[in-house]
Design a protein around this ligand. Structure first.
Ligand code: ADP
Ligand code: MG
Length: 369
């Protein structure tokens, strides 16, 4: 079942718009993530799709039919919440069967569906337990089993993994994704966690500031961010955003320090240039013109993260080789070695400058020429 959002808007109180102009197409069988910071309207959007709150403006279509004002029970959707919403006094089996019983399914069909759903989420040996005798991950699986048993073709999930500890969360991501593919479920999945969205989704909708910032595949979002918000929201460590100005026909100077050659001329104006920490490089210590001073050194494992300050005082983060011995106070020579994104002063992307080494030091630049 596909879902169509046509210019959806929501105001809880008059003229106080929480969401505006939300338009998207969600394909049947896809895993669609809605991601954004806390308070951006993710749960609001999901509840409008579920029919739990009224839609203020726009139109919702489910399976090609207008569903804007349809009661929740007629939408053929099921929902999994962060809190799991299990009945503490019922066994796993009875929790999974609850909705089917309420909807007066025949006993035999209930038994079949419940058995199958419990098997799918690997809870057979726990089926007689009550929720309090289960771990967080197992409880979450009960909630999933309930969604699966309902046989709804679309499953809405609101931060279903956020109450789990980090290790279990990572395991459940994979399990959930596998199950979704196995069953051919359409999943609309809300999360504030960019990594979760990146690793699980076919498409991601990024919400912020009452509106959609971008919709795309995880790769699109990472490699072609539409604006500075998306650029800095996705990716760990975060993309550096540096002030830039035009200093020659096809050249930007970033933070008064780093030169960036452009594929085409830009009107004279202020710009913001985004560079991921992994797209910066360091000349060996003692080589090149020093342009950045190390402030802190953080070990990430395979790499270290250096927080530094460019010579004009602009903070910058970059990754480096853990075998090198960097210390706070060291002066380094930083250059660009990867993609750089040019944004206008409002944060809208203008174009991307594809990888290639560019450095502040004159000797290095001429060596490249
Ligand atoms: P998210 O799920 O992204 O954290 P929500 O959809 O819960 O965000 O909330 C979006 C905005 O709408 C917030 O500013 C929140 O305070 C407001 N909001 C949420 N629910 C209500 C409500 N029932 N009445 C009024 N305002 C609400
Ligand atoms: Mg929420």
């Amino acid at each position: 079942m596909s879902i169509e959002l046509n210019a959806l808007g929501k105001a809880y109180t008059a003229d106080n718009w929480v969401l505006q102009n939300v338009t998207a197409h969600i394909e049947s069988g896809e895993f669609f993530a809605i991601v954004g910071p806390s308070g951006c309207g993710k749960s609001t959007l999901l509840r409008m799709i579920a029919g739990l709150i009224p839609i203020s403006t726009g139109e919702l279509q489910i399976d090609g039919k207008v569903a804007t004002d349809l009661p929740p029970k007629d939408r053929q959707l099921t929902m999994v919440f962060q809190s799991y919403a299990l009945f503490p006094f019922l066994s796993v089996t009875d929790n999974v069967a609850f909705g089917l019983k309420a909807r007066k399914f025949p006993a035999k069909e209930i038994e079949e569906r419940v058995t199958k759903a419990i098997k799918l989420v690997n809870l057979e040996e726990f089926k007689d337990r009550r929720p309090r005798d289960l771990s967080g991950g197992q409880r979450q699986r009960v909630a999933l089993a309930r969604a699966i048993a309902s046989d709804a073709k679309v499953c809405l999930m609101d931060e279903p993994l956020s109450n789990l500890d980090a290790q279990l969360r990572i395991k459940m991501r994979t399990e959930l994704r596998n199950l979704q593919q196995e069953l051919g479920l359409t999943v609309i999945y809300v999360t504030h966690d960019q990594v979760e969205a990146m690793t699980m989704a076919d498409h991601i909708m990024v919400l912020h500031d009452h509106k959609i910032q971008q919709i795309g595949t995880p790769l699109d979002i990472y490699n072609r961010p539409a604006n500075t918000f998306v650029a800095s929201f996705f990716g760990t460590p975060r993309m550096n955003l540096l002030p830039a100005r035009v200093t020659a026909d096809r050249e930007l100077t970033l933070a008064d320090t780093l030169k960036l050659a452009l594929p085409k001329p830009l009107p004279v104006a202020d710009y913001i240039v985004g560079i991921r920490p992994t797209s910066l490089y360091l000349l060996p210590q003692g080589e090149g013109e020093p342009n950045a001073q190390v402030k802190t050194v953080e070990y990430l494992g395979a790499q270290i993260l250096l927080e530094a300050e460019l010579s004009d005082g602009t903070p910058i983060e970059l990754t480096a080789d853990p075998d090198e011995n960097y210390q706070a106070g060291d002066w380094l020579s930083v250059g660009i070695d990867g993609n750089a994104y040019v944004f206008d002063h409002t944060g809208e992307v203008q174009f991307m400058v594809e990888g290639g080494r560019q450095h502040a030091s004159r000797s290095h630049a001429s060596a490249q020429a």
